[in-house]
Design a protein around this ligand. Sequence first.
Ligand SMILES: Nc1ncnc2c1ncn2[C@@H]1O[C@H](COP(=O)(O)OP(=O)(O)OP(=O)(O)O)[C@@H](O)[C@H]1O
Length: 301
Amino acid sequence: MTATVVSAKGLTKRYGSFTAVDAVDFTLEENRIYGLLGRNGAGKTTIMQLLTGQLFANAGDLEVFGRTPAEHADVLRRMCFIAESQRYPEDFTPAHVFKAAPWFFENWDAEFAERLIADFRLPVKRRIKKLSRGQLSAVGVIVGLASRAPLTFFDEPYLGLDAVARHIFYDRLLEDYAEHPRTVVLSTHLIDEVANLLEHVILIDEGRILLDRDADEVRGSATTIAGARAAVDAFTADRPVIGREGLGGLASVTIDGRLDQAERIRAAELGLELAPVSLQQLIVHLTGTDLAGSTEQEKAA
Ligand SMILES: Nc1ncnc2c1ncn2[C@@H]1O[C@H](COP(=O)(O)OP(=O)(O)OP(=O)(O)O)[C@@H](O)[C@H]1O
């Protein structure tokens, strides 16, 4: 049986009259990788700050490892939060950060950190304020991975990381997670890149939860049918269409739900192609916008 690490009921955070997190209910289970997804301003960072005791909720019940996070130092010690723009003391070098890390994280693995430093080619003796944007992100990613905290949050940890470095992060996370399972919460706009990593998806929109489901179930919950427009239209006529694209005589229509065996055979007879829907496509549909819009992609590239 898996243990519940986080339990939130009616969790609410207001900034003045604006409600950033609106009475959300969710749980995080032990040893799973969660994607906390949503458009800009959806409330993802605020939720992570509530969970890590950096903010107080205005209403609701929150338990992390069975206790109220902000009031229990032993709970805070079991968490690691890597923010988009991590701050460090003036004149610190990455070497100072990694030397201090074992004071904060009892599972800190210095050897693993050394390997990551080599992977990311991080100049550990250079002052942090002189590091490039991507190198600064690498410092956070290394702390997040080598801390092996039972509950680790990565809030858009990639700013400036190039594609190679991002894939090193994903690979090392998966490898290390297989050997040292823990609960990881990853907030990102690069959904297609992390789709295979995620075991569970929580989608936030305007402070509310739109979707809280196993990632495989989400992936299998829609189908794209492509082919000659007339055949596609006929095949999808009575179905809940959630997306439609077309060019000339060709069409590609995404429907909510799976097709059974008979329907698949019929589609093949009509010369139609069936394709699974990506997590990103579904989320775009659910939130009405492309989360990985060009600015985010460019920022991360
Ligand atoms: N200190 C604050 N005072 C007032 N409003 C705030 C404050 N912090 C956050 N907000 C607002 O709360 C909402 C949620 O912000 P949050 O940072 O949690 O979003 P997010 O989902 O992490 O967004 P992004 O993907 O852009 O990082 C936003 O509308 C934001 O403007």
